[in-house]
Design a protein around this ligand. Structure first.
Ligand SMILES: Nc1ncnc2c1ncn2[C@@H]1O[C@H](COP(=O)(O)OP(=O)(O)O)[C@@H](O)[C@H]1O
Ligand SMILES: [Mg+2]
Length: 369
């Protein structure tokens, strides 16, 4: 669609000037402004302790903001109790009732809403079909695997057709393969049902896989809210560059600026051209950011030239099946990662001197770390 012709979906959730402190001193959420549109899959991503769960709990109604207001469909929800907010929730530890059957667990949100018996039966059957567990309706949670229990928790959160579903690290207890499978299942449910999901994780690849937009949290502050590709290609600062995807850092000082690009003198010698991303100008300290897949290795003795050519020493190579990495020492960074072209793994020797090269547009000059 052409830019400017898309009508954005209405805002369903608005965090406006939200602050939160538990002890009256330390703010764990510091001035959060965030709009979530109807139908969006938005992820709160950040390290442990950055304020993600607190933010989700304020939206659910289990914590009260110290400052600011949260709006649901333009209505402030300060005085609306959790069960009246029409929000489904899924947690990491499933929180299923162990003494109830799977069908009874899924029916629970309907019974507290006084839904009539026939409708409960119909909806529970539909929910069981959705998670492909019709035959397990009479089991108890203890008789199910972790993945199956998490599906039941998902069905229970969706069975009353909430307008909004909150998920806090729902896949954290599952092994990698099952986690990746469930990521796709949740994404598919989101697409077919058209619900709005606010998802919390500390796992950046999970966030990239699932989300329409990601809000990156650090120390109670949202650093950047953007689509996954924009976060990866255009991080606004070093924290985001480092938290999203693999990233190589080189320390330096900006020497000269020419429009959107600058010449940077590396701390250990050598100069490169970088894209101005988050530095003030000449004289500023900077951390350069370069992704492993944007770097070429040029064997020593090869005459081919390239932009931003730097000397490097091979430390190691790592074989990962679908690709391989070289670990290099570049300008004092002994953990500089380069994604290797297929077949190149094995041709590099430990201690070998090579050159690397990367395009100026693939090298971001960011705030110093
Ligand atoms: N109920 C609570 N009482 C006091 N401090 C809390 C409480 N819950 C969370 N915190 C603190 O608030 C900060 C943010 O925590 P949290 O929102 O759980 O972060 P995250 O989900 O990103 O790991 C942490 O420093 C945590 O110790
Ligand atoms: Mg948390």
């Amino acid at each position: 669609m052409e830019a400017g012709k898309v009508t954005p979906a209405p805002v369903l959730v608005r965090f406006s000037g939200i602050q939160k402190t538990y002890d009256g001193e330390h703010l764990v959420v510091k001035n959060l402004d965030l709009d979530i549109r109807k139908g969006e899959f938005i992820t709160l991503l950040g390290p442990s302790g950055s304020g993600k769960t607190t933010t989700l709990m304020m939206l659910a109604g289990f914590e009260v903001p110290t400052q600011g207001d949260i709006y649901l469909s333009e209505r402030p929800i300060k005085n609306v109790p959790p069960h009246k907010r029409d929000i489904g929730m899924v947690f990491q530890n499933y929180a299923l009732f162990p003494h109830l059957t799977i069908a009874e667990n899924i029916a629970f949100p309907l019974s507290v809403r006084n839904t009539n018996k026939a409708e409960v039966q119909e909806r529970v059957s539909a929910a069981l079909r959705m998670i492909k567990m019709e035959t397990l309706a009479q089991r108890r949670p203890g008789q199910l695997s972790g993945g199956q229990q998490q599906r039941v928790a998902l069905a229970r959160a969706l069975v009353f057709n909430p307008q909004l579903v909150l998920m806090d690290e729902p896949l954290g207890a599952l092994d990698k393969r099952l986690r990746e499978q469930m990521q796709l299942e949740i994404k598919q449910l989101h697409e077919t049902m058209g619900i709005t999901i606010v998802y919390v994780t500390h796992d950046q690849s999970e966030a990239l896989t699932m989300s329409d937009r990601i809000a990156v949290f650090n120390d109670g502050i949202v650093q950047q809210i953007d689509r996954p590709d924009a976060l990866y290609e255009h991080p606004v600062n070093s924290f985001v560059a480092h938290f999203i995807g693999e990233n190589n850092v080189l320390a330096g000082t900006v020497e000269t600026v020419d429009k959107d690009y600058c010449r940077v003198a590396l701390a250990r010698g050598g100069t490169v051209t970088a894209r101005m991303a988050n530095v003030s100008g000449a004289g500023a300290s900077t951390s350069l950011s370069v992704r492993p897949e944007r770097i070429a290795i040029i064997p020593e003795g090869t005459s081919s030239d390239g932009p931003n050519r730097l000397q490097a020493t091979v430390q190691n190579t790592i074989y990962l099946g679908d690709h391989a990495l070289a670990v290099l020492d570049v300008a004092g960074n002994a953990e500089f990662m380069v994604k290797l072209q297929p077949g190149m793994h094995g041709s590099l020797r430990h201690g070998e001197n090579v050159f690397i090269s990367f395009r100026p547009e693939d090298c971001l000059a960011l705030d110093p770390v």
